[in-house]
Each structure stands twice: as structure tokens, then as C-alpha cells.
Design a binder for this molecule. Sequence first.
Ligand code: 13P
Length: 268
Amino acid sequence: MSRKTIIAGNWKMNKTAGEARELARELSAAVDKLSQKDLPQIVLCPTFTSLPAVTTTLTGNKKLAVGAQNMDYRDNGAFTGEISAPMLLDLGVQYILIGHSERRQFFGETDLTVNQKLKAALKHKLVPIVCVGESLDEREGNLTDKVVAKQVAGALQDIAEQELESLIIAYEPVWAIGTGKSCDSEEANRVCGLIRTTINEYYKTSGKPGDKVPVLYGGSVTPANCEEQLAKPNIDGSLVGGASLKAPDFVAIIEAGAKRVARTPQVV
Ligand code: 13P
């Protein structure tokens, strides 16, 4: 049985609530026109301020779910400016991006905070999309495998194998994000496989939980390169930045996801 196909759009710090509502409407109308049989799971991740507009627009839509881009790991308290899992759930948010490289780079996210947030997401039944990936210096220093394995193992600290059911990982090499230089699909496939092996080695059980975890690729994904990426056995979906802000581009990537679904029986 193969893993679920997921196409997620990370809108980053773009769009006012009105603009986000418009894009969600446009996407929803376009997705309605596609064959519903083979649709992948689609996740839209707008800014916090656009979450109510987008969740309201997509109410009852099973194929387009909403994710947030970050959260605090605590439920409430004196943490000015932060937003918690219960607050996101209250808005109808179902997915959460954790440890995006921009958060690691610019906002002090570490393997420890990623682990804390992952635990909070699992506790509250938000579906976590944990992002990992090496910088250009690390790749050039032949450290890719070491860095990615460390980030994966760091995220999983003290998390029981049975809790992993909803986990999604995204491999996003930092040097490929927003640069137009996407990772070669063969190499992306190799690292996505390494992520799965790392999970299996971390748990050392016969259950091989890593084999069940969907691993997405992200980093300059476009309508032109997504099909080749999604044809690789270890790549179960796309985490899309820039191209997710334009409805026709994102719909084209969703259609490539649908081709993967049609080729492979999906886990429900
Ligand atoms: P781009 O698709 O713009 O390279 O961004 C990728 C990304 O960071 C998605 O989370």
C-alpha cells in the first residue's frame, strides 16, 4: 500500500485576508472542476491573520484543508505575540508547519523547539508537517545526510512510535528555497529515502514506521518540475512556496499530484 499524496502551499508572509479569501475561492472552484476520484490531499497554509477568511471559505471542503505556518508549543499563558494549537483548532485549522528553514534561520527555531512543537501538535491532533533540510554550505561540505538525519532524530525525541500516525516530513534544502534552483529529482528522492531510513533506525522496531510517513519535497517546485519529482518512489508530495500563490500554477501542481494518486493505491 502506498503513502498518501499531499500537495501543500506555504503562502509565507503574503496576502491580506481579502486576497487570501480570493485565492482560496479561486483554488476551490478550480479543484471542483478536476476529477474528484484521484485528488491528492491539498493543504493551504496562509498567514495567521488570513486563517479565519480561508477556513470559512473552505468550510466543508474535504480536499482543501488549512494549515498554519507556525505555533507555540504551550497552550496559553504570558507569551506575547504567540499563538497556540487550541487557538488554531478553534479556527478549523488541521495542519501545522513545524521547523520551516525560515523559522530556523530568522526566528531561532532549533531541533529542541521543533520537538516541543511536534509533541504539542500530536497531543492536539493537528497534523504536523516537519520541515528539514541542509544549507548550501552544509551541502558543499558533504554534510547533507548528517544534517538531515540529525534534524529528523531531533524532532522525534521522546515521541512514541504509535504517535507517528499522522506525521508528515518535508525535505526542503535551504539553497533550493525561493532560488529557482530546485534539487535534482534523483537527489531529492535519495534524501527523502534517507529520512524514512532515519525514522526506522531511530525506532529500531520491526514496524518500520518510517515506511508509512509521507515525505514531501519543497524548494522551487513549479508546474514544470513537479511531475518528475512526484514520479519518484520516495517523494509523496510537494510543499510549494512561490508557485502556490498563483492559482493556475498551484492547480497544475495539484494535477501532477492527481497523476501520482492515479498510479498508486492510496492509504485513506
Ligand atoms: P519556494 O517554492 O518559493 O522555493 O518555497 C519553498 C518553501 O519554502 C515552501 O515551504
